[in-house]
Design a protein around this ligand. Structure first.
Ligand code: ADP
Ligand code: MG
Length: 228
């Protein structure tokens, strides 16, 4: 419990600071990008190797800032009764091109009618994007991602995203969702933090099951509002 409290404390502080800092960083970034382009166009020698590094590092900073902003200032929050299957379908459509490129199939399984969930659809989509992206990234030589949407019990919907990737060692599972925890060369370590925060705000929970060498399952549980 203490661990949980400490974590959510950190999250709210980070959340408050993030928006301000991110905006402050964005403006000089835009100027930097512009001048670097000008420079590249005007230098005689071929420094393209340097410029490539500069450009890719700048875009890394940009993606960190973008993920922070999602966390701190979610665009126009509007909670509503929504069909999670539709949100998931839209998410899969969005990521399919990227998945097909590495021979990854995303298979959506659900049977018939799934009750509506009271949620912020854009935020839920963000969670699905983040977790599906991780799943794709962990399967560089292809495979299938199973997305199961089921009623866990009469009060809860469960969305499971199951990959065939490298898996996560048991002692690392508790580090997921920690700001900046990443094992990737070009990772931000913010995707899961943002996702956990969003699911927490939906009074849901995220559980991770993983087996090294076999794959990982992210189970997201969301409450269904009882209609009177
Ligand atoms: P990033 O993707 O930028 O590294 P995330 O917060 O999305 O940041 O993920 C944090 C870390 O959690 C990843 O670097 C990876 O080590 C681990 N991880 C997340 N999802 C998976 C997965 N499906 N399979 C294996 N490891 C994962
Ligand atoms: Mg990620």
């Amino acid at each position: 419990l203490e661990e949980r409290l400490r974590k959510s404390d950190t999250l709210s502080v980070v959340g408050e600071l993030a928006a301000g800092i991110a905006h402050e960083i964005r403006n000089p970034m835009t100027a930097l990008k512009g001048f670097i382009q000008l420079l590249e166009a005007n230098v005689k020698e071929d420094f393209s190797m340097y410029f490539n590094v500069i450009t890719s590092e700048l875009s890394r900073i940009e993606s960190i800032i973008t993920e922070f902003l999602i966390l701190a200032k979610p665009q126009a929050i509007s909670y509503q009764e929504k069909d999670v299957v539709t949100i998931m379908k839209e998410t899969i459509d969005l990521l399919n091109a990227q998945a097909i490129l590495v021979n990854v199939q995303i298979q959506l399984n659900h049977n018939g009618s799934v009750p509506l969930v009271y949620c912020e659809p854009n935020q839920l989509k963000q969670v699905f994007i983040n977790i599906l992206k991780n799943a794709i990234e962990v399967m560089p030589s292809g495979g299938t991602i199973q997305v199961d949407i089921i009623m866990k019990n009469e009060n809860e919907l469960q969305v499971s995203i199951i990959d065939e990737g490298s898996g996560i060692p048991e002692d690392k599972i508790k580090r997921l969702g920690e700001p900046f925890y990443t094992t990737k060369d070009r990772g931000t370590g913010l995707g899961l933090m943002v996702s956990y925060k969003i699911i927490e705000e939906h009074c849901g929970k995220v559980e991770v099951e993983s087996k090294v060498g076999n794959g990982t399952a992210f189970h997201i549980t969301l409450p269904i509002r009882q209609t009177m």
